[in-house]
Design a protein around this ligand. Structure first.
Ligand code: BTN
Length: 246
């Protein structure tokens, strides 16, 4: 793979034909130390990690599986919002390169035509010197068709023929812009514009108890504001719960 544009963006690229998980490769490097941001990208993963302990199906050559590793500068609280900003980076890249209309299902799953085409797993790592890095792991199905049985109802692909290098470069370009603007939360407007959840009834589970509510807003930190039948509102924070559209 050629990643010349990424080098122009100051990103070092590490490419594998196969690895267990690019987030794990990134974590190793984060703990050892590195200078510029690094993009780990692979043709396939044998143990792709998803959110909430799930796995991410990563067959050979039909998807983009990558992890962007960077050091936190400034306020850590701003960097927590990168998990939502990364979803905006992916939808901007898809819109730049295709005629598709991607939507974001809170927190950061990307859907096209009601099928999940992309999942994002963000992790933070602090090394022995107290330097914190963020790993933004992105798995995007480009033209995967042979999903395992349990995924066939949920998972989909972009269904386009495109260069993985250009897709990776375009996502990283948008991600870098958004990371540089995290403190002013400019991405929230675009996040709201692409939300698949707002105005819909959702079910969320906290401590094993299911709640039904209507999604009414996204706050400045990417939290989902839901309204219950009695008019009471709750803000759901990223990473704590999963939301089902009903
Ligand atoms: C999810 O849908 O729950 C998140 C999936 C994240 C998958 C990507 S693929 C590249 C990176 N490496 C991993 O092991 N996971 C992320």
């Amino acid at each position: 793979m050629q990643f010349s544009k990424l080098k122009d963006l100051g990103v070092e690229v590490v490419h594998f034909n196969v690895t267990d998980s690019t987030n794990l490769r990134a974590k190793e490097v984060a703990l050892k130390g590195y200078t510029s941001p690094v993009l780990f990208v692979t043709d396939s993963q044998t143990a792709g990690k998803g959110r909430m302990g799930r796995s991410f199906y990563s067959p050979d050559g039909t998807g983009l599986y990558m992890s962007y590793l960077y050091k936190v500068t400034g306020n850590f609280a701003d960097n927590v919002t990168v998990t939502s900003a990364a979803a905006v980076a992916v939808v901007r890249a898809i819109e730049e390169l295709t005629d598709l209309e991607p939507k974001i299902k809170w927190v950061n799953d990307i859907y096209v035509d009601s099928k999940k085409v992309c999942g994002i797993l963000t992790e933070a790592v602090t090394d022995k010197n107290g330097i914190t890095s963020v790993i933004v792991g992105i798995g995007l199905n480009i033209n995967t068709t042979d999903f395992p049985h349990e995924l066939t109802c949920i998972a989909g692909s972009l269904g386009k023929t495109m260069s993985r290098e250009i897709l990776a470069q375009t996502i990283v370009k948008h991600l870098q812009i958004l990371i540089s603007q995290l403190s002013d939360r400019t991405f929230i407007e675009d996040y709201i514009k692409h939300s698949a959840v707002l105005g819909k009834e959702v079910v969320y589970i906290i401590h094993g108890v299911e709640h039904t509510a209507t999604a009414v807003g996204i706050d400045n930190n990417g939290g989902l504001i839901v309204e219950h039948k009695d008019g009471g509102k709750t803000t759901l924070f990223t990473g704590e719960i999963s939301v089902k559209l009903i």
